[in-house]
Design a protein around this ligand. Sequence first.
Ligand SMILES: Nc1ncnc2c1ncn2[C@@H]1O[C@H](COP(=O)(O)OP(=O)(O)O)[C@@H](O)[C@H]1O
Ligand SMILES: [Mg+2]
Length: 253
Amino acid sequence: MKIFGKVIIFTGSKGGCGQSFTANCIANYLAMKTNYNILMIDMNTGSRDSRTIYHTVNEEIMTIADIYYEKKKPAIEDIKKVIVNFKNSLSYIFPPLKQQNKIFKYLFLKNLFKLFTGIFDLVIVDCDMFVDFNIKNGSIFDLSDELIIVSLADKVSVSNINSIISYFLKSKDNLNIKIIINKYNIKPSVSILKLNSLVRYPISQFIPYDRDIENLYLTKGPASIFKYNLKIVNDIRQIAESIIKDIPDNNNN
Ligand SMILES: Nc1ncnc2c1ncn2[C@@H]1O[C@H](COP(=O)(O)OP(=O)(O)O)[C@@H](O)[C@H]1O
Ligand SMILES: [Mg+2]
């Protein structure tokens, strides 16, 4: 049974900043630890990352691009074709492997997400800023209840993150934004103190880089990291808990 329907979009300030890593870890944690029905959508066309970490070898999996019709609303039967079910109540939608010449219409995505939030409690989207350039008449970010921007701690990333923040603050009035600084312990990085003054928005969380965790994530999958009591794991857990904290207690069982 669906308890609530909420869309959380993860985006990042630069390739390799950990946008997919944090989104996948959080989706797996919530699928494992709660009864919520969770859908994760990887929107990064052409990227094999999610197939690799979930050891998904089937190249023929249908994707959102396959069920896209310019003039037709998506139906429940369409979305059943693209959803892959994992254990722990996590469902997944993989991106197309080949570059698409399709430009999605915003209205199609809006209808699609309406179907998703009608079924799932949480829809977690891994979505590069560039995805938005291929959407006509609107922005995918308008479909989110919460936007999580992941960034590294170097100078270029900080400058990028400030541009992203001003873009969202200018164009989207009620967007709920969270900033996460990832791999802050990796040089070259700006100190935490300096970051707090340079980034033009409060930073919610600082996640360190951990080589063993990266190895686990890549070989055994995102769910496997939660067996370990490390700062990085606790930080990710905290972000996940904060996503579900607004749900009334009587529903959270
Ligand atoms: N805090 C972290 N600790 C360990 N490995 C990390 C961390 N953040 C990201 N990674 C690893 O860094 C690589 C790039 O991260 P990824 O999430 O794929 O970047 P992108 O932002 O491009 O989606 C991946 O191998 C991922 O597992
Ligand atoms: Mg990625």
